[in-house]
Design a binder for this molecule. Structure first.
Ligand SMILES: Cc1cc2nc3c(=O)[nH]c(=O)nc-3n(C[C@H](O)[C@H](O)[C@H](O)COP(=O)(O)OP(=O)(O)OC[C@H]3O[C@@H](n4cnc5c(N)ncnc54)[C@H](O)[C@@H]3O)c2cc1C
Length: 430
């Protein structure tokens, strides 16, 4: 039986059953190819099931394509420009709608599956997106080989123009096909199966790998007083990043204090740049808790508050100025003793308090690990892949799709869009 399997030849083998691999496999099968998808886990799409807190933010409805592409950075955006011309966000939404997954647009133009009124929606939109992809694959006759890990590629003519993948070696057997699509994801959330194996396969074929680093990940800070903020989630704050004291970026929105640093949407977004910034010098994050008020207006506001609470001491007069969970941290950072009656707080001390509320400064000392990263920055070097087909420029029957490539975007559906697009284009090309 094992021998019979060994002899069976496929048109296409897809390595990895995440969103990119499933889209690629379904697409190739739709075009009449005999497709085998190999997945190391027992279940398919494990990471996809976690996406968007199980609601699956599957793409973004930003209309301006240049702005959309700019979210992937200059190189990623330019590469995807070609890919999107064949299968972009509009085609993605049409694909899911056609397959019965109706979509809604939410804050920040994020696109989610509409909540199901008929089905039990406890498992969320991610489950429906996965089911839709599985149905798409099954309709085309894709064969699935689960609990099977690809260990290596067997190549012929490596390093020359005739380089080809001859076979792949799995933990159980050797398998062969006309063409191979590597859709093994990055290195983030390794418990979902993405352990960076695809980089090894790409290296075997002579590809360069842009160093993978965690992205969309919480940051660690030197300051330990951060613990005093009790893992609190702050809304409507401004977060500025500075390298050697020079402002390099800023974001408005939500962030969270953690026991070791900062997390939350705007922190995760800036995290993609932190490794580069830290290589350049001391990197600090500056939190402005009152971005809508100038320093002067905030001082006036503090004066009004202190008049209102004129019979209280400083520590208990901050209740309207900051969330109670954050006050212990403010008191730690302020030079004013908490027990000082507010009527004795000097104008300079009020100025200092206003400055502090607008400039809580933290020094970064790294990122959390891949275990906590939503995506991986880095991957297969884009100049060695043809964006019109996703085919390797170094190995004629090898293709790449999804996060294994050196493409990453911010939160908002951009990372899954990369998977749908590169998956669909590679699936059509094979
Ligand atoms: C918690 C969380 C939430 C997220 N939410 C969103 C969101 O809402 N919107 C968004 O756009 N993005 C989101 N992302 C990012 C998005 O999920 C990923 O970018 C996407 O899953 C990458 O898809 P992929 O197919 O390239 O790889 P993966 O999803 O990583 O799939 C790769 C598959 O390949 C398999 N594999 C790996 N190596 C081998 C091997 N050697 N042999 C066989 N199989 C192998 C793995 O087991 C895995 O199943 C989220 C990520 C996380 C972690």
């Amino acid at each position: 039986m094992k021998w019979a399997k060994k002899m069976e030849r496929f048109d296409v083998i897809v390595i990895g059953g995440g969103p990119a691999g499933l889209m690629a496999a379904g697409r190739a099968a739709e075009a009449g190819r005999k497709v085998l998808l190999i997945e190391k886990n027992a279940g398919l799409g494990e990471k996809l099931l976690l996406a968007g807190k199980r609601r699956c933010n599957l793409t973004n409805a930003l209309q301006d394509q240049d702005v959309f592409l700019s979210r992937y950075g200059a190189r990623g955006g330019e590469f995807l420009r070609h890919v999107f011309s064949a299968f972009g966000p509009r085609e993605t939404i049409a694909f899911f709608n056609r397959s019965g997954v109706r979509t809604v647009i939410e804050r920040g133009s994020r696109v989610f599956p509409e909540k199901s009124e008929t089905q039990d929606d406890e498992l969320g939109g991610s489950q429906r997106v996965l089911e839709c992809l599985l149905l798409y694959c099954k309709k085309g006759g894709v064969r699935f080989l689960r609990k099977t890990s690809v260990k290596a590629l067997k190549l012929t003519g490596r390093g020359g123009p005739e380089c080809r993948v001859d076979r792949i070696i799995t933990n159980a057997e050797e398998l062969s096909a006309e063409r191979y699509i590597v859709a093994t994801g990055g290195k983030s959330y390794p418990k979902t199966g993405s352990t960076g194996d695809g980089y090894r396969f790409a290296c075997q074929a002579g590809h360069r790998i842009v160093k993978p680093t965690p992205a969309l990940v919480p940051v660690r800070t030197k300051e330990t007083w951060i613990k005093l903020a009790n893992r609190f989630n702050l809304r409507n704050v401004k977060l500025s990043a500075a390298v050697n004291g020079e402002l390099v970026d800023e974001r408005f929105g939500e962030m969270e204090f953690t026991n070791f640093g900062l997390s939350g949407a705007i922190v995760m977004e800036l995290s993609s740049f932190v490794t580069d910034w830290m290589e350049r010098g001391e990197t600090t994050f500056i939190i402005d808790m009152k971005p809508a008020l100038s320093q002067e207006k905030l001082v006036a506001r503090i004066e009004r508050d202190f008049e209102k609470f004129s019979d209280r001491e400083f520590g208990r007069a901050l209740v309207d100025l900051a969330p109670s969970a954050v006050i212990p941290m403010i008191l730690e950072l302020s030079d004013v003793p908490p027990e000082k009656p507010v009527q004795y707080v000097s104008p300079e001390e009020k100025e200092d308090l206003a400055f502090l509320l607008k400039n809580i400064t933290l020094t970064l000392n790294g990122l959390w690990s891949f275990d906590h990263a939503i995506v991986t920055k880095g991957g297969v070097e884009l100049t060695e892949v043809d964006p019109k087909t996703m085919r390797s420029n170094l190995c004629e029957n090898l293709y790449f799709a999804g996060e294994v490539l050196d493409i990453n975007g911010p939160t908002g559906g951009f990372n899954l869009q990369n998977c749908w697009s590169t998956g669909a284009v590679s699936g059509s090309a094979v």
